[in-house]
Design a binder for this molecule. Structure first.
Ligand SMILES: CC(C)(COP(=O)(O)OP(=O)(O)OC[C@H]1O[C@@H](n2cnc3c(N)ncnc32)[C@H](O)[C@@H]1OP(=O)(O)O)[C@@H](O)C(=O)NCCC(=O)NCCS
Length: 204
């Protein structure tokens, strides 16, 4: 075999090896028109329903997505890692047209209800310098944590670095720039505490 043939066949072999290991690292889960592309360490629990055009995508070098059991993703949702882990607890749901980008990491507890058009992006562009374009100044990523049993209204945006306490209610259209205490109801831009939830007992 000529040297050229040897080099060509070893190149082809290497490409095949890389491709086959890449395919083993990723799993694709499709259901009801939605799709999850997960790195082998990513996990979605049983009874996770993905409606049409919902997409969850994680990558080996840039974070992993875990989703607990009993999760409902409505249509046209996008969840990407963006360099950080996204971890969503059990029995949660997210409304249509929502976008989650992990960056510094996003954690959502159990039994969380999220309305449509929700946005959580755990990153900010740096912009201290006037001599460098913002695009070249890098980003800061701290991470977002949302406690269990929260209700997040439609059109809410949660900014990076925010911690949302257990049982909080975020009113429709709120932009959450600061930590939210447990059981607080917050609303507005920037969101302020409207009241603290009291337990009057459950009426069905
Ligand atoms: C917050 C919410 C749950 C109402 O809670 P509530 O306890 O009934 O509150 P009230 O209607 O008594 O309002 C309390 C105060 O909050 C204010 N408020 C209510 N909703 C608000 C909102 N989205 N943004 C800003 N302020 C709001 C009210 O104006 C009122 O202010 P005031 O005391 O100065 O008059 C409701 O307004 C809301 O945003 N629901 C989300 C609906 C939604 O997105 N559904 C789909 C997702 S599943």
């Amino acid at each position: 075999m000529s040297t050229l043939h040897k080099v060509a066949s070893s190149f082809v072999l290497r490409v095949l090896l890389v491709l086959s290991s890449a395919f083993r690292r990723y799993r694709s889960v499709a259901e009801n028109g939605g799709r999850a592309i997960l790195h082998k360490h990513g996990r979605i629990g049983p009874r996770v329903a993905l409606q049409c055009r919902a997409l969850i995508a994680s990558h080996r070098h840039c974070g992993t997505i875990w989703i607990g059991r009993g999760y409902l993703l409505r249509s046209d949702i996008l969840i990407i890692t963006g360099g950080g882990d996204v971890r969503i607890g059990e029995n949660c749901s997210i409304g249509s047209f929502s976008f989650i980008q992990g960056n510094g990491g996003i954690e959502v507890g159990d039994n969380v209800r999220i309305g449509s058009h929700f946005k959580a992006i755990a990153a900010n562009h740096r912009f201290e310098s006037l001599s460098l374009p913002i695009a070249k100044q890098g980003i800061i990523s701290v991470g977002i944590r949302i406690g269990s049993d929260c209700w997040i209204g439609a059109g809410v945006t949660v900014l990076d670095g925010v911690r949302i306490g257990t049982g909080a209610v975020l009113a429709a259209g709120a932009v959450i720039t600061r930590d939210v205490p447990e059981h607080a109801v917050v609303g507005g831009i920037p969101a302020r505490v409207l009241k603290i939830r009291c337990d009057y007992g459950h009426q069905s």
